[in-house]
Design a protein around this ligand. Structure first.
Ligand SMILES: [Fe+2]
Length: 363
């Protein structure tokens, strides 16, 4: 595996990313009957659905997900009416305190204890409470600093303009790992999105459902220091550098929310399709700008190797059709062979809105 590639070299790592959690800490208001005439018209943020029914805005937030092989391990939940209905610690499917044998930190007992400690803090977090601050070690800060420094050099030419615009809001420093609470307050101020800490990999349904409530489930632990530019899973570097700035941009935030809304009451088959849709947009989406293709997906924006591969001329690009069968995630030499190319966030959001209305009508 190419060591220059970050969190998304392995297919499972990719899947896990989508489903890994972090939840936001702000107090939310559960939806009441006026927000629901049926699951078809549920929309927590006050947008108009295909049914033509408008729902009042609320402070409620978001949803989560998990890998197919354990799909049936969790009973299909009822449709959540607020972020309070989405557990963030009951069904952790992987990562967190449990590392696979090929994880760089598998033989490092101290590293595993550290991760367990941070994961336990996430499990105990209650909505409405401040997200627990992690006292990162000098070694952990050094890892963050290396990742930030390397990626920051690429962003001006590789990241989309919306990312660059939002990136400035956070004043990231290589000398300090930001706390999720402060990041959540910034995204909350700009788009209403909140961050919620998570102990590991969530079921895809839960993860995606969280998006409907403008809540992004995020890990807090960091990759193993043996190789700062590689991680087989989402970690705090991926969450902060890949996801957080985009969640502070309203155009992207709407796209992510639409995927979440489509997942409410969706069948298992539809959840799997939405998982791929999330994957090919939120994680690996690209967008065409005047001076070329730029990255907006977190798997690109947080990977030193993958974001350069995207601009190498090797991968192919194709337009996204949410109604079409989406391809299996394909990798070669640790990177994806194909990326979906968006022409604007409004264009891709309109397409996802159409898909959302279609599956709501079918359900
Ligand atoms: Fe991710």
């Amino acid at each position: 595996m190419n060591s220059s590639c970050s969190a998304f070299h392995a297919k499972m790592a990719v899947l896990q990313c989508q489903f890994i959690i972090a939840y936001h800490s702000r107090s939310t208001t559960p939806l009441n009957k006026k927000h629901f005439c049926s699951k078809k018209c549920f929309r927590p943020s006050g947008h108009r659905l295909g049914t033509g029914i408008r729902i009042a805005p609320t402070q409620s937030q978001q949803l989560p997900g998990y890998p197919l092989k354990v799909w049936n391990a969790i009973e299909t939940p009822s449709i959540p009416r607020s972020i309070h209905d989405i557990p963030n610690g009951d069904h952790i499917l992987g990562f967190g305190a449990n590392l696979a044998k090929d994880h760089p930190g598998y033989h490092d007992e101290e590293y595993k204890r550290r991760r367990s400690s941070i994961a336990d803090m996430a499990k105990k977090h209650k909505i409405g409470e401040q997200i627990p601050a992690i006292e990162y070690t000098t070694e952990e800060i050094d890892v963050w600093g290396q990742v930030l420094t390397k990626l920051s050099a690429l962003y001006p030419t590789h990241a989309c303009k919306e990312y660059l615009e939002s990136f400035r809001l956070f004043n990231f420093s290589p000398n300090r790992i930001p706390q999720l609470e402060e990041l959540s307050q910034i995204t909350g101020h700009h788009t209403g999105w909140k961050i919620r800490p998570v102990a590991g990999l969530l079921h895809p349904r839960q993860f995606l459902n969280g998006l409907a409530f403008k809540t992004f489930h995020s890990t807090q632990y960091i990759r193993h220091p043996s190789n700062p530019i590689y991680t087989p899973e989402p970690d705090i570097c991926h969450e902060i550098l890949g996801h957080v700035p985009m969640l502070a941009h309203p155009d992207f935030a709407q796209l992510a929310e639409l995927i979440g809304l489509a997942s409410l009451g969706a069948s298992d088959k539809e959840i799997w399709h939405l998982t791929k849709l999330y994957w090919y947009t939120v994680e690996f989406g690209t967008i065409l700008e005047d001076d070329g293709v730029k990255a907006f997906g977190a798997g690109l924006l947080s990977s030193f190797g993958e974001i350069q591969h995207m601009k190498s001329g090797k991968p192919i690009f194709q337009d996204l059709d949410p109604f079409a069968k989406l391809p299996k995630m394909s990798y070669k030499d640790g990177f994806q062979n194909m990326y979906f190319l968006c022409h604007s966030f409004s264009d891709v959001s309109a397409k996802i809105q159409s898909y959302l209305e279609t599956i709501q009508s079918a359900n």
